[in-house]
Design a protein around this ligand. Structure first.
Ligand code: BGC
Length: 559
């Protein structure tokens, strides 16, 4: 594959600035060897689906050796493939097949923590207190005469204490599951080793990196440790002991040298749940270069919010010099078809609005009796067309092209998410968006593989299988294919202007080449002035913009 596509050649812009990136959660995409777990050969067998869908890149969630305590985000070896998912040769074959089809490859890097099975952590346990091996992690003595109390009262994001004892009076920090010890980014070995890892994959042809919990790496943990209340009260302005510290960008400045030593430079996108004003620090070219914007993913289907989110994020992108990103679904949140079909606003189990927690990934699944499935999907399709017409990169999550809903009613015994397990089931966790994809309407796993899948698929998945939707011009798959093909042709400079519609519930914007998107968030149809220019619609009939629908209009000069 050439390093730049024709559109990039025209504008001189790097490929990632307005890419459609499709997230693959490898364990649940396709299973070639029949162990019930998706694998790299499974993805290889489905690359034609990705090409027909028309994505510019795939992002692979972790495929590294892992005990799967957190779905692979507990990495035991950063420079290998989990044997259940394949081999390095399989990885190379997959990259080659994707590149042959003009699809770039972005992989997930998990630098905040390793798996407890990582050789470093095993060395740290064996080496004992005060050792160089323990300095790669965050070990502290416990409190009390027998050091049997945790060094601080902090809670992990998955529930329970963030400190775990190792039996010799010391405890280690894990902000996520106990099987995910946090690394000490003040340690030179840690910094050097990640540079080696980035080079290892970049040398294998990887085009970019998604950086997991990018805001958490560096920490200032001088004794005495602050209490949880003190941490919560501390401003998150770059000086917080744990989160979004200014000095994390020293790490990324070094990574930037690595990225820029390749031709073309490797890209990176930060998963950083930080205050909007601080997102540009990660998105700057001197740092990671792009950052996720999760605002749409946190918002109800609401025109005023969508309008403000677009304005705010284009302004933030201008400040960083990067392009904006847009995300409606990923492996950590309830699928957007389901979110939009629940009573508004989406609520967490404690009744608080999701955005209050700033952690949509812990949203609980929609429960069927209150879920309006048809409405949720109608709005999801409209939101997707809205998003795909915006300037910047769109990140899609596997299965959204089928209009899949969350699987809210998984049997408790099948659930795997540490958020479920550590909370004793009070938080249902994220398994409901990670159920293996349906490829065919029948078979033991609906075409996912030759054996029963690692999470059970509901009966209604059959109606949404790739094979069924590929035959139906009105399906969500057909809509995505058409939209992505059109987007390639219509893509233009990274700007938009709003067009007054005279209605608060209808948003309309125009890109510099005249490509327009009109979204009706209400239920009253909106009459269209340029019926002949309709290129795509998220629902029928054409001629108006029906309720909860987005329509694309061609530039006046045509396509
Ligand atoms: C990932 C999650 C993961 C967590 C810990 C994230 O934000 O997206 O899936 O559980 O990091 O690695």
């Amino acid at each position: 594959m050439t390093s730049s596509d024709p559109r990039a050649a025209e504008t001189g812009a790097p490929w990632w600035r307005q890419a459609v990136v499709y997230q693959i959660y490898p364990r649940s995409f396709a299973d070639a060897d029949g162990d019930g777990v998706g694998d790299l050969p499974g993805i290889l067998s489905r690359v034609d689906h990705l090409a027909e869908l028309g994505v510019d890149a795939v992002w692979l969630s972790p495929f590294y050796p892992s005990a799967l305590a957190d779905g692979g985000y507990d990495v035991a070896d950063y420079r290998d493939v989990d044997p259940r998912l394949g081999t390095l040769a399989d990885f190379d074959a997959l990259v080659a097949a994707l590149h042959d089809r003009g699809i770039r490859v972005v992989i997930d890097i998990v630098p905040n923590h390793t798996s407890d099975l990582h050789v470093w952590f095993q060395e740290a346990l064996a080496a004992g207190p005060g050792s160089a091996a323990r300095d790669r992690y965050v070990f502290r003595d416990g409190i009390g005469p027998d050091r049997s109390q945790p060094p601080a009262d902090w809670q992990s994001f998955f529930g329970g204490s963030a400190w775990q004892p190792v039996g010799d009076g010391q405890w280690y920090l894990h902000m996520f599951a106990a099987e995910q010890p946090d690394l000490n980014w003040g340690n030179a070995d840690v910094r050097a080793d990640f540079v080696t890892t980035l080079r290892f994959w970049a040398d294998r042809g990887v085009d970019g990196f998604r950086v997991d919990v990018a805001q958490m790496l560096t920490k200032d943990l001088a004794d005495p440790l602050p209490s949880a209340a003190e941490l919560a009260a501390h401003p998150v302005d770059g000086s917080h002991p744990m989160i979004d510290r200014d000095d994390v960008h020293e790490v990324y400045a070094r990574w930037r040298e690595v990225f820029d030593s390749y031709d073309p430079p490797r890209m990176a996108v930060a998963e950083a749940w930080v205050a909007p004003a601080r997102v540009p620090l990660y998105a700057r070219q001197e740092s990671l270069g792009q950052a996720f914007n999760f605002d749409l993913l946190l918002a109800d289907f609401d025109p005023a919010r969508f309008h403000r989110i677009v304005d705010d994020n284009l302004a933030l992108a201008a400040r960083s010099g990067s392009s904006s990103t847009w995300v409606l679904s990923n492996h950590d949140v309830v699928r957007h078809a389901t979110r939009y079909g629940l009573p508004e606003p989406a609520r967490l189990p404690d009744g608080a609005p999701a955005e209050k927690h700033g952690a949509a990934w812990l949203l609980s699944g929609g429960v069927d009796p209150v879920l309006d499935r048809a409405r949720g999907l109608r709005r999801a399709r409209a939101a997707t067309l809205f998003m795909l017409a915006l300037p910047g990169s769109a990140y899609l999550y596997q299965g959204e092209e089928l209009g899949l809903h969350e699987v809210a009613d998984l049997p408790p015994e099948s659930r795997q998410d540490p958020a479920f397990l550590r909370s004793g089931g009070t938080e249902v966790g994220r398994d409901g968006c990670r159920v293996p994809l349906p490829w065919t309407p029948d078979g033991v796993s609906l075409g996912f593989g030759p054996a029963a899948p690692h999470l059970p698929q509901p009966d209604w998945f059959a109606r949404h299988s790739m094979a069924v939707e590929a035959e139906d011009p009105a399906s969500t798959l057909s809509l995505y294919r058409r939209a992505l093909a059109l987007r390639r042709e219509l893509q233009t400079a990274e700007r938009l202007e709003w067009v007054d519609t005279g209605r608060e519930d209808v948003l309309r914007f125009r890109r510099p080449n005249g490509w327009e998107a009109v979204t009706n968030f209400g239920v009253e149809p909106f009459p269209l002035d340029r019926v002949d220019a309709v290129l795509a619609s998220s629902s029928a009939p054409l001629g108006v913009v029906p309720g909860e629908t987005t329509v694309w209009l061609a530039p006046a000069s045509g396509l």
